[in-house]
Ligand binder design. Sequence first.
Ligand code: NAI
Length: 338
Amino acid sequence: HPPSFQMGESSGLRPANCRAKGGAPGFKVAILGAAGGIGQPLALLMKINPLVSVLHLYDVVNTPGVTADISHMDTGAVVRGFLGAQQLENALAGMDLVIIPAGVPRKPGMTRDDLFNINAGIVRTLCEGIAKSCPNAIVNLISNPVNSTVPIAAEVFKKAGTYDPKRLLGVTMLDVVRANTFVAEVLGLDPREVDVPVVGGHSGVTILPLLSQVKPPCSFTPKEIEYLTDRIQNGGTEVVEAKAGTGSATLSMAYAAVKFADACLRGLRGDSGIVECSFVASQVTELPFFASKVRLGRTGAEEIFPLGPLNEYERAGLEKAKKELATSIQKGVSFIRK
Ligand code: NAI
């Protein structure tokens, strides 16, 4: 393949000044790991997003096919494909938002931490590319274990002198999406009307749904709280087991990733009142990173909201979450500093 291959821009049959202008005004977005289980439906959904003018699809395999396929969609975004490490720099140049679902997913019996050895190195390489080619881009990090990969990314950016904590966002949106769905099922509501804050991190006990703060205001029995907390914390494992060795959540994750990316783009555009949960550098607890509600604006996570009042059950959950999170964060930091 040539240094990069482009599709969806123009046929080249007519001189430039005669061509219809492809591509609406909007933002430039790159997906790293775009040929994967999450990457493909994520690319599809971002090609439909009216806020996206240019969509760069990067992977180490199979991007020519995915790019050709996606580029035939008659939506505004221009699609370009990039294959292999030597094209990473071109894939990233000029991007406003970089979404990273690159890396191996879980198989039954694995924890997210079991992915560390492979995914830590992938995230490091990709973030070195970002520091070089688009240091001001907003980064949405999906690759697991998020509790460690976000600290890894922060250390890479610090080393490169480009670190801006507001622009590095770990994607925990799937936990919120699941929580909204499961709570709506219990309450008999439309999930679109339900808003459950989920704080902490993105694995097991670090996933802390704040059921006392659900909107619309409601109350749960102790049995419902046990059921919901357990199901939200283990929603990923539910999918891993149902897929029986063929992967983890990809379709619901692509949906969640787009919901979050779209919120980031609306923030970049200057919309007000955009608030979502994300795993970010934080002073909400004594830990250096924590997921909570953040306000997204032109420069990324512009405001990080405190947890609000917790009940006794949630306070106990918070202590457990912090213990595990501290270890995962330290593991990520050490991976780069060692
Ligand atoms: P997958 O294996 O289907 O796709 C991963 C893609 O990454 C593959 O196409 C692979 O070629 C690519 N890749 C590998 N090394 C790369 C590199 N150095 N540069 C660019 N691309 C590279 O996996 P899937 O199901 O898409 O999951 C991806 C990641 O997302 C996993 O780490 C998984 O654990 C995580 N995940 C995170 C969730 C979250 O809520 N944050 C939810 C679900 C999955």
